[in-house]
Write a protein that binds this ligand. Structure first.
Ligand SMILES: Nc1ncnc2c1ncn2[C@@H]1O[C@H](COP(=O)(O)OP(=O)(O)OP(=O)(O)O)[C@@H](O)[C@H]1O
Ligand SMILES: [Mg+2]
Length: 273
């Protein structure tokens, strides 16, 4: 992937996000010609680049269109809207910008990993506490999807040094996948155990699982299995690459196993020292 092109896209996206922030604060000074210009630049990228770049740009365009549509409406018709309608549009802008920021962050992380510049910053702390917090955070998403989420986070895990923000990112990627690919009525379980000088964390689900032929490609950039189990909210296919990069930066390992009788099981191991 051409890092320069990616950085150019990031600059465009960042500028658009700044524009969104000013719109959400109702500073009606935004220059929409500028937005048009950025859009045209994105279309040009889409037309000219190789397979990966158009795909990324396509992913970026969907949330950007929501941001543009919602902010257009807000600027034109605020006076005719009630507070709920305004709040709805602002919520759409917020959620689309969060999606964009995640995508931009993911692209930057992968670029750093590929360029050997990815760094973690370890602090001494409790992994069990972090796992509990992440499970609590995902509880509402699981409830909305009618998937049960349970956490056995191992009270006896000793404190050790790890990068809490990055390990949260690992858990967030694994838990969001597990919930995303598990249909209604299924379950997701997080188990942490302490084996010798290693802590193992298992995230298992009873969802669609990964067919054997796709398993070797799971940690490849942009890989998404053919069967997405009817999931409409598609991601970028970078989550597991970043997850693996973070685990390996800690000197650890991550792998996939089938969950019996069905579903997926991701296990990562971090060294205590
Ligand atoms: N728990 C799971 N059950 C079934 N398939 C999974 C699971 N986790 C990952 N996969 C498969 O691996 C693919 C890659 O996962 P990854 O997290 O890298 O990307 P994504 O979730 O599609 O997008 P992103 O995480 O970048 O938003 C998924 O699209 C899916 O096909
Ligand atoms: Mg994912």
């Amino acid at each position: 992937m051409n890092v320069q092109i990616i950085l150019n896209i990031l600059v465009i996206v960042e500028s658009l996000l700044l524009l969104v922030i000013s719109i959400t604060l109702f500073r009606k000074t935004s220059d929409f010609k500028k937005l048009k210009k950025y859009e045209e630049a994105l279309i040009m990228f889409q037309a000219n680049q190789n397979d990966v770049i158009p795909m990324l740009v396509h992913e970026l365009r969907a949330p950007l269109s929501v941001v543009k549509g919602a902010s257009d409406l807000l600027l034109k018709s605020t006076d005719e809207m009630n507070a709920d309608q305004v709040r709805d549009l602002l919520a759409q802008i917020k959620s689309s910008s969060e999606g964009l920021l995640k995508m931009v962050g993911d692209i930057l992380d992968v670029s750093k990993m590929e360029g050997g510049k990815f760094q973690i910053s370890k602090v001494f702390g409790s992994l069990g506490g972090l796992l509990k917090e992440e499970c609590a955070y995902f509880e509402s998403l699981a409830r909305v999807k009618e998937v049960s989420l349970s956490c056995a986070t191992g009270e006896n895990i000793p404190e050790f040094s790890f990068d809490p923000e990055r390990v949260k990112q690992v858990m967030s990627n694994l838990l969001s996948n597990a919930i995303k690919f598990t249909p209604k009525g299924g379950s997701v379980e997080v188990i942490a155990r302490h084996v010798d000088r290693i802590v193992e964390v298992v995230v298992e689900d009873t969802g669609i699982g990964v067919p054997e032929k796709d398993q070797p490609k799971l940690f490849h950039k942009f890989f998404q299995a053919g069967n997405q189990g009817g999931v409409t909210q598609k991601g970028t296919g970078l989550g597991l690459v970043i997850t693996k990069g973070i685990v390996e930066a800690h000197g650890g390992k991550i792998w996939y196993e089938d969950n019996k009788p069905k579903g997926a099981k991701f296990i990562f191991a971090l060294p205590l020292k």
